[in-house]
Ligand binder design. Structure first.
Ligand code: 6A9
Length: 783
């Protein structure tokens, strides 16, 4: 067999699903469960976007014209550059209710969303949207823009045409906007009802690309404006349009209800009755009662002992709501990189993964509105406590993405809408690249007996069926790490794939670890061993053992896992590979020198002379522990791998509490102030990311461990408890403060500048762990 044939086989294997029963085929994900989650705000990339969990769905959404510094802008896709002073869900239960507030330069919008599987409705039930618009502009004269233009659209991704309702430019009764029929739900109708004066204009389009609806509206309004002088849609429609857009022009304050009826052909109850149930005063009453239900459930799950004052409580609710409101449904094919040097006949350097669905929470609606593997494990720590069915559905989707090698692509860019947000260099996924298997954190909780009493019999039964089916998939996932990410010696691991040829980076990145530019050995090599990966492997084996115990399984495979788990939790082995016993800190190991720096070089390129920032190595690297103290050093502590009576534990508490090393008043720094790489740029255009800033996922893990050690008998119990209390209140205070001051949750926090939010704003992924920090709910990773 030639080399080409072998490569081809490897490539094909990387895009072949794992041959094992699919998680999503489990009975628990069919029937009522599936129907109850059919509709949702599953398009988190737009300010308000509704779709169903099906590949070719009806989609609906909101746009409006915003006015900033005397200029008009169309709002639709969540964008930082829109400079909204806030947007996000203040309540959302992940199922059938949500309330969102948006503030756009003096325009105050709220969007309510509610579902109703009422009598007469078709598959998935009906839903309604309530829009409230208020404005500082109300006092302005018409010419100054006292009219507010909202747009609501409905479109069929399958291309089926939609019928436009009868024209009713201003009307107080319910107006039929559109109707159609869809294979899964039957006939449907969309109505609008408002008691306010309004003007409606419309446009219909035929198009299969849904990711540029903004352009479509913008062009239609602009073209019409040039002809008529009005900012209106032209009231025209293309033949067999599958996209219908309605412009509703109002004077604020105004309230508009939009209701979608499925199975609308039914006569009893009448359509009129159904509309009145989901609009006007009856909708108000429903929204109120759903809000109350949401708050009560939140208290019951996360605020059991009224731990938090009311100002903080609402921020906790917003964090949960934004996480749940950020859950999306995506469908498409990842692009998998071909081995270096290979190109398809058509020039593509990638091969598509199989078409797949992903139901997932996104880290950020405006910056990264798509699925990220290791982010998801943290999201699920919150979500399973709220709704274990949603959580299993999400984890199940991820596990169905395992390929026949046991690999899951790290970043999920599925479908044109998702792709439109990603710079080209980030699109391809490499089948040799891992990402921390954080799903084990959440799965471990489900498998551990500790939470068992929290579940109803029905839930427990489903969890058990879920774990039973997940077992072989988790095994394959684990084996992928165990075989492809192993180090030179048994029981050692490192993130493979670091670039050892680069001359541009101060310290070659490790994107696979999730900690991107956190410093590792300066000169990547096969001698490396990474302490964080070893600890993730420990978690994985522990979790698999827990499932085996739970399912009472006891074959050779389980025996292997018990053995591996014992080996990985062996304190002596951990210390042998990773402990610096002079300072009591855990480190990576590898070919390393501290004497590197970036320097400007003159580079002759044909006839031009350029200056480039390149790395200069001042001293040859040597095999050694890599002396950077930071999050990676704390992994054995995070995982509870240090015996409570060990002197090493005391050292960890020293490192944590030392203000020159990790401690700040806002949470723990990612990297010690004393590290040679602290706050250093990696390249000219690559500012420090995990080189100092405070990140909430790692702080949560460290806080969990402090909590754990404050309950374990030993000499350091009391000190762990004190640090726990302080760290917890610092984190809560700072995240809440930033939310109140800026209207957003942030990706990370500045360790110097008064704990100021940094990076992506509206980062509602793992920063929402705030909910668990407030509730003092921690993972059961400590056996
Ligand atoms: C950039 C830019 C409009 C980086 O939260 C997702 C990930 C984490 O998994 C990872 O640990 N973030 C962290 O280091 C964000 C990654 C974004 C990459 C794509 C696209 C688009 O700008």
């Amino acid at each position: 067999e030639g080399e080409g044939a072998a490569t081809l086989r490897t490539v094909m294997r990387s895009v072949t699903p794992l041959p094992a029963p699919r998680m999503m085929d489990l009975p628990q994900f069919q029937g009522d469960h599936k129907e109850s989650l059919y509709w949702g705000t599953y398009r988190p990339n737009v300010y308000l976007g509704i779709r169903s969990r099906t590949p070719l769905s009806l989609i609906a959404g909101l746009m409006w014209i915003g006015l900033k510094n005397g200029q008009y802008f169309l709002r639709h896709v969540c964008q930082d550059s829109d400079e909204l002073s806030t947007f996000g869900w203040t309540a959302h239960n992940g199922r059938d209710y949500g309330h969102q507030a948006l503030v756009d330069h003096g325009l105050f919008l709220t969007t309510g969303f509610i579902k109703d599987k009422g009598e007469g409705s078709g598959y998935g039930g009906d839903w309604a949207v309530r829009l409230d618009a208020n404005s500082e502009r109300s006092s302005l004269s018409d010419a100054q823009g006292s009219t507010t233009h909202l747009f609501f659209y409905i479109a069929d991704e399958s291309g089926k045409s939609i019928t436009m309702g009868s024209h009713a430019p201003s009307s107080r009764g319910p107006v039929l906007l559109a109707s159609g029929s869809h294979d899964e739900i039957g006939d449907w109708e969309l109505y609008l009802r408002s008691e306010d004066n309004l003007e409606i204009h419309r446009a219909g389009f035929k198009s299969m690309s849904m990711h540029n609806l903004s352009d479509l509206v913008q062009q239609a309004v602009a073209t019409n404006a040039m002809q008529t002088g009005n900012l209106n849609l032209p009231d025209t429609t293309e033949d067999s349009s599958n996209i219908m857009i309605y412009q509703v022009s109002i004077k604020t304050p105004a309230q508009i209800d939009i209701v979608f009826l499925s199975g609308s052909a039914s006569k009893n109850p009448t359509v009129e009755e159904r509309i009145s149930k989901l609009t006007g005063p009856m909708l108000s009453a429903r929204l109120e009662s759903k809000q109350k239900e949401f708050e009560e459930r939140y208290d019951q799950i996360f605020n059991v002992n009224n731990k938090i004052d009311s100002k903080e409580l609402s921020v906790g609710r917003a964090a949960l709501s934004n996480l749940l409101g950020g859950v999306g449904y995506f469908y498409g094919q990842s692009k998998i990189a071909l081995p270096k040097g290979f190109t398809q006949k058509n020039g593509d350097k990638y091969i598509p993964y199989w078409p797949a669905a992903l139901y997932t929470a996104v880290p950020s609606r405006s910056f990264f509105p798509r699925g990220f593997l290791w982010d998801e494990g943290f999201h699920q720590l919150v979500i399973w406590r709220w709704d274990v069915h949603i959580s299993m559905d999400i984890i199940g989707h991820w596990l169905d993405l395992l390929n026949s090698d046991g690999w899951i692509p790290r970043e999920q860019i599925l479908g044109a809408e998702a792709l439109s947000k990603v710079p080209e260099e980030f699109v391809l996924q490499y089948p040799s690249n891992g990402n921390p298997p954080t799903l084990f954190l959440a799965i471990r909780d489900l498998a551990s007996g500790i939470h068992a009493k929290q579940f109803s019999d029905d839930e427990a039964e489903k969890i058990s069926a879920f774990l039973e089916r997940a077992y072989m998939r988790l095994n394959s996932w684990f084996q992928w790490f165990n075989s492809t990410q192993s180090g030179k010696y048994k029981g050692t691991f490192y993130w493979h794939g670091r670039d050892n040829m680069t001359t541009r980076e101060l310290n070659p990145k490790t994107l696979t670890s999730g900690l991107d530019d956190y410093p590792r050995a300066s000169h990547p090599s096969d001698d490396e061993r990474h302490v964080d990966l070893r600890c993730w492997m420990l978690l994985a084996t522990n979790c698999i053992c827990s499932i085996a115990e739970f399912l009472k399984m006891d074959s050779a495979l389980e025996k292997d896992y018990y053995k591996m788990s014992n080996q990985l939790s062996d304190f002596g082995a951990l210390n042998k590979w990773h402990l610096d016993d002079k300072i009591g800190a855990y480190f990576d190991y590898g070919n390393h020198t501290e004497k590197v720096r970036l320097r400007w070089y003159d580079v002759q390129d044909k006839d031009t002379l350029r200056r480039e920032l390149l790395r200069e190595t001042l001293q040859p690297p040597q095999l050694q522990l890599v002396p950077h103290i930071g999050y990676v050093s704390l992994f054995p502590f995070m995982m509870g791998a240090i015996p409570p009576e060990s002197w090493v534990l005391e050292k960890q508490l020293d490192l944590i509490s030392n203000t020159s090393i990790l401690w700040t008043d806002y949470g723990l720094r990612s990297l010690s102030r004393t590290s040679s790489i602290y706050m250093k740029r990696n390249m000219e255009h690559d500012p420090p990311y995990w080189r100092g800033a405070i990140w909430i996922n790692m702080n949560y893990m460290i806080l969990s461990a402090l909590h754990h050690y404050s309950h374990e008998d030993g000499p350091y119990k009391g000190r762990a408890g004190e640090l726990y209390d302080k760290l917890r209140s610092n984190l809560i205070r700072n995240i809440v403060k930033n939310y109140h001051e800026t209207g957003f949750f942030w990706e990370n926090f500045d360790q110097k500048n008064k704990g100021k939010g940094k990076g992506a704003r509206s980062f509602t992924g793992w920063t929402s762990l705030l909910v668990l920090i407030m509730a003092e709910s921690y993972p059961t990773l400590h056996r």
